[in-house]
Design a protein around this ligand. Sequence first.
Ligand SMILES: [Zn+2]
Length: 542
Amino acid sequence: MHIDLIIEDARIWTGDPDRPAASRIGVWNGVVIGLDEQLEGMSASLVLRAQGAFIAPGFNDVHSHSVWFGQTLLELDLSGTASGAELLQRVSAYARGKAAEDWVIASNFNPLGIAGGLPTRDELDDAAGGRPLWLKNSSGHAYTLNGVGLRALGIDDYPTARIDGGKVVTDSQGRATGLIEENAMALVQAHHLPDSRPDIVRALGAATRRYVAEGLTSVTDAGIGGGWIGHSPQEFGAYQLAREQGELLTRMQPMVTIDALHDVAGHASDEPAATLDAGIRTGVGDEWLQIGPAKVFTDGSLLGSTAAMTEDYEQCPGNHGYLLGDPGELREKAMRAASAGWSLALHAIGDQAVDFAIETLAEAQARYGEPRIPNRIEHGGVVRDEQVPLLARHRIVLVPQPFFIAAFGDGMAEKIGHRRTELSYPAARLLHHGALLPGSSDRPVAPGAPLGVMQSFVERLTESGRIYGEAERISAEQALVAYTRGSAEATGWSHRKGVLAAGMLADLVVLSDDPRTVPSERISKIEVVATFVGGEARHGGL
Ligand SMILES: [Zn+2]
């Protein structure tokens, strides 16, 4: 038999417990045809020698905001800007490449890092060549606009309107400086959405090019089509366009935000259902692009002290966060989606929100059965011991982000106190109780290179080097399983993905070293030599 590709002389970790190691792998029609002696007598159009490189199943990030992340890659990156003059110069050089009416958008703007005072809005007007300018402050809690940008949003030079929980900042004369804080940021977002289909396609191209460079072959987008994280009501159509135009380099499973679902009529015997028109729901699509679960926010954030806890935040007596909206209404919304056949992904960070999510998902499963793509709880900032066996019993997937610990663990520890860090973003307890553990990043909220996230699974060290919940550390092999087989099971694809065996999709990553044998602090430094999706090299090569 003649097949497409044989890779030989490799150290292959298959992820398959029945056959964990191999040195040769054969690919035909995008699928693994066999390993080692199963390739006896076969020839291939292309034979690659890996020279002892380490090969694993492709990585799978089950919670990453791909359009949002791709957009940040296309914007001007202002990291490291040290003076007002440098800021003006960088904005001006970037703006020159834009059409006269285009917005100039930049991210990673850190005003605290600018020595000698910030440029004025008028200086920023000049630098942007009369174009509207939008700087996204790195705190995530403010934007900085120029005068043209303020006027484009319809904000008066001397604004008088008050905004609940936010501010259009003014100087001593009452003139808007361009600084837009907290809830006032919605004025800017509302002006820019929805994004155009070509813009979404460009963002997906940029995001997935980065993904394959980091060994990712499958990604779940954690919310499209509506709500504050969606980019357009036509976002799935834009995903389809990206695929048709060859801009989707990884397999994608976007979740649809529940805000995009609405009541859709059916037969009198059908239960009331909230879904997309024509009854389209979770599962539509194929191995390249498939509609995932409906995404529901049940609480806020840990660093903002708004995630719903059963105990108060440290040094904040009386504040234990809150559920987003009336629990009865949230539950009813979720049931109507489940009744239409949607799997559910409930964002729940505080343990009170996790209680609510477990109850809601258990009820949905009791009423409508267990969905083929599992129900999930996103994040798990605090998960009490007695909640873990419930997750396992109901086969609910908890999706933790261990890199939050490396990115902002010190701040989280301050919010919940040392004791609760032992309950935060669990991993070892999930495995101990037989629950699933997938790999995920929540990119671009935190960095998302999979080898970096795996290192955080193993180390659980904060940005200052403190240990955060030591008992939840897992081994590098368990982290590798999470990012491959765990993610495949969590997204309903364990029959085609997550291990390298005959009949599975030929998604694999070639690494310069074995994450299981290097010192843990070296895991993130391992080089991604090549990434194959469906048997084709989408990054690097051998
Ligand atoms: Zn997210």
